[in-house]
Design a protein around this ligand. Structure first.
Ligand code: PHE
Length: 445
């Protein structure tokens, strides 16, 4: 018995859920971290260029494929190119889901700890040095950190098992506006700190000599990560769309919202790094040191930081949900598992895969593979390898196997005036595949 596929209840619900998928730790934690590691303004410039040329067009690619096939990431290839081996491309994405969510939940767990910690006032009055030590203790505290990761995965499992349109749509609606309010408040606070200007300039002035292929590869990786591209999340959300939806318009909105929040975060964190003299070696923890330092300069710091870390945890949750949904959709469509069974099984498995990433921040911190700790290795494998490759194959598939004519026909159902259709087709056929492949191959060498 074929059951009816779920559909979004409203356009706003769809947009907010997709923005919810895009906006998460990638914007708040990863973006400022990569900017610091990759030379400031030059990276930001490259990032924006890649957003325009690859990011937004690729959102259109995934939404179109998903809406057309009404299937999961593997099923899409099977339906649109039956009898071929293209489904293997979907496998890349499926693997990426496991890899990303496994370490994503570790960091999200820290955000949750910082929420509770704010309420308990554990970092009130601490300066940079104390905050750095505290972060090391929390991230390295095996039990606490694993507990937080487990609770976060449990929350993800609960939301995904209640279904995509109910749980996810509803949550996203009040979260996004709340985050924006707090971010603007933080921005005002950082910019008024003495010495902030230096950081702002470093963030905004591109020093072109810093640009090289490594930086370009991280920028591509960051765009894919932040836009939730290359692993089927956007495609899967697209599969719950009705033909009336205007895809290009939605893609622009989603891209804009995501970039705006990333830039806002950069403008908050980077100047604060200068002001509080936080050393970039702190690594993935920079926001967990910098943000409490900013909060400590505001009256009522406990309330604000509790609110912020609560929001961050939720923002991570809406992203984690979209990741888990990719796998769940596959096992439901293809293997006929029930939603609940698929969610619980995959969620638990992903928790287990995340354990080494978690321990790598504490007792296993001296285990380095290719010079990276395990969490960093997972992040690198996903963002710099799996996502660009997944994105590359998806774009090639749409452009050269399914065909841009078919795609434009699908797109025009909900956007009869997609004026830039031929421009988009050109990008998708030639520019994007060549750009990704060039950057990927040379960045790897
Ligand atoms: N885009 C999310 C973020 O920025 C992370 C994510 C990646 C979510 C891939 C889904 C798929 O935090």
């Amino acid at each position: 018995m074929a059951s009816q596929r779920e559909q979004w209840n409203s356009r706003t619900g769809f947009i907010l859920a997709t923005v919810g998928s895009a906006v998460g730790l990638g914007n708040v934690w990863r973006f400022p971290t990569v900017v610091v590691q990759s030379g400031g303004g030059a990276f930001v410039l490259l990032f924006l260029a890649i957003v325009l040329v690859i990011g937004v067009p690729a959102i259109i690619v995934e939404l179109t494929l998903g809406r057309r096939s009404q299937k999961n990431i593997l099923g899409t290839f099977l339906i649109l190119a039956p009898g071929t081996k293209w489904w293997v491309a979907g496998l890349f994405s499926l693997v990426a889901v496991f890899v990303i969510l496994s370490f994503y939940s570790v960091i999200a767990g820290w955000a949750a700890i910082y929420f509770v910690g704010s309420l308990l006032g554990i970092f009130s009055g601490l300066e940079t040095e104390g905050l750095t030590l505290l972060f090391g203790e929390i991230a390295g505290h095996g039990f606490l950190s694993l507990l937080a990761q487990g609770i976060f995965m449990l929350a993800t499992i609960i939301i995904v098992s209640t279904g995509i349109t109910g749980g996810i749509e509803r949550w996203s609606k009040f979260l996004m506006p709340g985050i924006i309010v707090i971010l603007f408040m933080l921005l005002g606070r950082t910019l008024l700190l003495e010495g902030a200007l230096e950081g702002v300039l470093w963030f905004l002035t591109p020093d072109l000599s810093q640009i090289n292929l490594d930086v370009a590869l991280s920028a591509v990786g960051q765009v894919f990560f932040s836009f939730s591209l290359g692993m089927g999340a956007i495609l899967t959300y697209g599969s719950y769309l009705s033909p009336r939806e205007n895809i290009p318009q939605s893609a622009i909105l989603i891209g804009f919202a995501d970039v705006a929040i990333a830039l806002l975060m950069g403008l908050i964190i980077i100047p604060a790094l200068f002001v509080f003299n936080v050393q970039p070696e702190v690594g993935p923890g920079i926001i967990f040191v910098t943000l409490p330092a900013i909060f400590n300069t505001i009256p009522g710091s406990m309330v604000w930081s509790a609110l912020f870390f609560l929001m961050l945890t939720f923002a991570a949750l809406t992203s984690a949900v979209s990741l888990l949904e990719v796998g769940v959709a596959y096992f439901m469509d293809a293997r006929k598992w029930s939603r609940r069974a698929a969610t619980v099984l995959l969620g638990s498995l992903i928790f287990l895969i995340g354990v080494p990433s978690n321990l790598s921040q504490g007792i296993w911190s001296n285990v380095l593979i290719f010079g990276r700790d395990f969490l960093d290795l997972m992040d690198f494998t996903a963002s710099s390898i799996l996502l660009p490759l997944g994105g590359f194959f998806t774009v090639i598939f749409l452009a050269w196997i399914w065909g841009t004519e078919n795609a434009l026909k699908e797109l025009n159902k909900g956007a009869s005036t997609f004026m830039w259709g031929s421009g988009w087709a050109f990008l998708v056929k030639y520019i994007i595949p060549v750009a990704i492949l060039y950057i990927f191959v040379s960045g790897m060498l």
